[in-house]
Design a binder for this molecule. Structure first.
Ligand SMILES: Nc1ncnc2c1ncn2[C@@H]1O[C@H](COP(=O)(O)OP(=O)(O)O)[C@@H](O)[C@H]1O
Ligand SMILES: CC(C)(COP(=O)(O)O)[C@@H](O)C(=O)NCCC(=O)O
Length: 329
């Protein structure tokens, strides 16, 4: 059942927002952009503007300053978690008189459609892989585990893409369970946003990287039956990318208009039928998709997972991160 913002405010126990209103103790450190940006003063920025252009998603104004002030501290923090976990793992293996059971450190990146998760995930992959202490980083997105359009159509779920029931949940959990078992090779299916469908015969092979970045709107969700396993059972660290709903809607619609003059014109684009529309018509369609699919999914399934994250990146309306919330240990 849809929950509107007023209901969420009144009923949900939300330590983040409660904390802002009445200085109650919070399980999160609340760190301003200014403070956060000073946390990695000796880490050089390894990226060039060309790298940034390659890594950022369409419409994301990410620049070198944002990388230096927000993402270098983030990757320094994450690198420390990864290295410390490896130390702990070594001690555990000594205790057990065993060796060789290394499993990837899995970082989940969650948040709404169009909030900029993929840029954050790609930055993490790129920046983490530049540390000498980290030998390999791979990135997998959960959209590969969406059911193919034909199957969604058969089940009457095509207009529910991104909702929990639109994913092959068993496949997704099997994948993660194999990754966290330390399997030498695990395969994940691939989704194309241009085709709007799973790409048959394409897959990503995950070869026991030291770090796996796992990105998707559902990575912090729990199953409706609480006895079942959840994706987050396999995460070592969860990041939620947050922003005002009205800003995300604007980013979604603006991106749709940009895609219309680009990706939608490709011969295999699912949205090719929208390529020739006038801007006002295209805007109307984007607003309709946002209001009927992505907004309800944000309200019913995604936003409430924010408080399950270990770290929350709060974005301002210009896409820059203006506050970081970090769960206390
Ligand atoms: N219809 C589309 N055609 C081509 N690319 C798309 C389309 N929709 C989204 N994308 C791209 O797919 C990526 C993921 O988008 P999305 O799932 O909305 O998450 P986010 O914006 O949080 O990264 C982005 O890089 C976006 O630019
Ligand atoms: C594929 C998506 C569910 C996003 O999945 P994600 O990559 O964030 O895991 C989303 O981009 C989508 O297609 N939503 C359905 C409505 C729409 O066309 O925007």
């Amino acid at each position: 059942m849809p929950v509107d913002d007023a209901e969420l405010d009144e009923d949900a126990f939300d330590p983040l927002h409660d904390d802002e209103r009445c200085t109650r103790p919070s399980p999160f450190w609340q760190i301003s952009r200014d403070t956060w940006s000073e946390l990695a003063p000796r880490v050089p920025n390894p990226l060039t503007m060309d790298d940034v252009r390659r890594l950022r998603s369409l419409g994301d104004p990410l620049d070198l300053r944002e990388v230096a002030e927000v993402y270098l501290p983030l990757t320094l923090l994450m690198k420390n978690f990864v290295v410390n976990r490896r130390g702990l793992d070594r001690r555990l293996q000594r205790f057990l008189h065993t060796s060789g059971g290394r499993t990837p450190f899995v970082i989940g990146v969650a948040g709404s459609v169009a909030v900029g998760k993929s840029t954050v995930a790609r930055l993490l992959r790129e920046l983490l892989s530049r540390w000498d202490e980290i030998d390999s980083v791979q990135l997998v997105t959960t959209d590969g585990f969406l059911m193919p359009n034909a199957e969604l159509e058969r089940r009457g779920l095509l207009a529910r893409k991104g909702f929990p029931e639109s994913y092959d949940r068993r496949g997704l959990l099997r994948f993660l369970s194999q990754v966290k078992s330390g399997a030498a090779e695990v395969r994940a299916p691939v989704y194309s946003h241009v085709r709007y469908d799973i790409v048959p015969d394409e897959e990503i092979v995950v070869r026991r990287p030291q770090v796996l970045v796992f990105e998707g709107l559902n990575v912090l969700q729990t199953p409706s039956d609480s006895a079942q396993a959840a994706v987050s059972d396999f995460l070592d660290f969860g990041i939620y990318v947050d922003a005002r709903t009205s800003d995300i809607e604007r980013w979604y619609v603006d991106r749709f208009l940009k895609l219309q003059a680009g990706a939608f014109e490709q011969p295999d684009a699912y949205f090719r039928k929208y390529a020739g529309l006038r801007p006002a018509e295209a805007r109307g369609i984007a607003e309709r998709i946002w209001t009927s699919v992505n907004l309800p999914n944000l309200r019913e399934n995604i936003a409430r997972t924010r408080m399950r994250a270990d770290l929350i990146l709060e974005k301002a309306s210009d896409h820059t991160v203006n506050r970081v919330l970090l769960r206390k240990l």
